[in-house]
Design a protein around this ligand. Structure first.
Ligand SMILES: *Cc1c(COP(=O)(O)O)cnc(C)c1O
Length: 411
């Protein structure tokens, strides 16, 4: 008799976005004339940069000619893309990352989950609370946790609360953990990590033999020149950190799919016999076995991000969303609502007015002004009392949503 992976049965089956959809659909059915504005989902809205489209169109033409046709590419990605990434994203910022340490993939979501393939099952794992749900659910699927409690916290995981009280930065755990997920600029809170904060984490990881999974999907949205964009800007990080990056948010590749993972060749972890094993070798083995690379066309599109036009066009996209974030922050603040984030990240983290619960505020916004956001409690117990508003939308929708909210919520 075939059996299933019972760990999947422990999952709080994707309750957040389906529940949002359920409530929005019910409201829309009862109020067919309501013009609902959705500021809830973390997906981009603006079209692909022209430089990327032009490069992909050219690549499609190349695929139609026997002389330039491309079959299977390297599983790790084409050297011309990896070299550009190494030079522009890392070496230009003083990070010692070599092109051979960069693995091109079809998404950071996938890689933050897949990376668990090369780690043991007995690691102590820390995540922030609130958290990007992928980090938690992939550990549940891999059997690294027990069951979830009422608040949705899984037995066996170490939760590090990020709240207004600690400035939305995860404090170092008091116990020893082996794997740590950090995401800065943060989804959902929009918080950032200073150089000193990351330094403390790198020191902790080195002292404890831990590995940091650093998700830098939103690094392009950093506006403060003092903030690090990569964990490899911190000395010693090559010995304790894997970094995930994506073209999804800076270049609008959510539907095009291209990302990268950096595994330094200096990084090791322990085998059962106590010996040190190079993680690069294991990840390379994993990728060459289970992955066949990102499409040639898409990698050409990603490469164009590093051309002069591509850089200007992606910067314009990022600036467009950050202007939305500024409008959201300013309008809500003027209405007397406490907001965080939105300065170096495309998310504004709102303290719900009058101590409403996250879901009560969700319902109130939906019913009174027909605006949809994301309840903070959906990202973890410590997100209760908060609400995420995304800057990924048209200017028109953002301005209209803010007009509606401030007209109802100003005293
Ligand atoms: C959007 C996002 C990513 C990017 O995922 P892709 O699979 O590359 O689209 C990664 N991490 C976080 C926290 C995100 O919000």
């Amino acid at each position: 008799m075939a059996t299933v992976n019972d760990n999947y049965l422990k999952l709080k089956a994707g309750y957040l976005f389906p529940e949002i959809a359920r409530r929005v659909n019910a409201f829309a059915a009862a109020n067919p004339d309501a013009k609902i504005i959705r500021l809830g989902i973390g997906d981009v809205t603006e079209p692909l940069p022209e430089a990327c489209r032009t490069a992909m169109i050219k690549a499609v033409e190349e695929m139609g000619d026997r002389a330039t046709f491309q079959g299977y590419g390297p599983e790790q990605g084409y050297a011309w893309l990896r070299e550009k990434i190494a030079a522009h994203d890392f070496q230009a910022r003083g990070c010692e990352v070599d092109a051979s340490e960069i693995f091109i993939s079809d998404g950071s979501k996938c890689d933050t989950g897949n990376i668990l393939d090369i780690f043991g099952d007995n690691n102590a794992i820390a995540v922030t609370d609130p958290v990007y749900p992928v980090y938690v659910d992939t550990n549940v699927m891999a059997g690294h946790t027990g069951d979830a409690n009422e608040a949705g916290e899984y037995e066996g995981l170490v939760y590090l609360p990020i709240t207004a009280e600690n400035n939305f930065t995860a404090e170092l755990p008091t116990q020893k953990v082996d794997l740590i997920y950090l995401c800065f600029p943060n989804n959902p809170t929009g918080a950032v990590a200073t150089r000193d904060h990351l330094k403390a984490w790198v020191e902790y990881a080195k002292a404890n033999g831990s590995i940091i999974f650093f998700d830098a999907a939103y690094e392009a949205f950093i506006t403060d020149p003092e903030l690090p964009h990569s964990i490899y800007e911190i000395e010693g990080a090559r010995d304790c950190a894997i970094e995930f990056r994506s073209f999804s948010k800076n270049a609008g590749f959510t539907g095009t799919r291209c990302a990268l993972t950096v595994v330094p060749k200096t990084l090791t972890a322990k085998a059962a016999d106590g010996s040190d094993v190079e993680l690069w070798k294991l990840w390379n083995r994993r990728q060459t076995t289970k992955f066949n690379g990102v499409s040639y066309i898409v990698q050409r599109g990603a490469e164009a991000v590093y051309s002069d036009e591509g850089k200007a066009q992606t910067q314009a996209l990022v600036s467009f969303y950050m202007e939305n974030a500024k409008i959201i922050r300013e309008q809500l603040t003027a209405a007397g609502i406490q907001v965080y984030g939105g300065v170096n990240a495309p998310y504004v983290w709102v303290k719900t007015p009058n101590n409403l619960s996250s879901w009560d505020f969700f319902d109130k916004l939906l019913h009174t002004v027909n605006v949809v956001g994301t309840p903070g409690s959906g990202f973890g117990a410590a997100g209760e009392g908060y609400f995420r508003i995304s800057a990924f939308n048209s200017r028109e929708n953002v301005e209209e949503a803010m007009r509606r909210i401030t007209s109802k919520f100003t005293a």
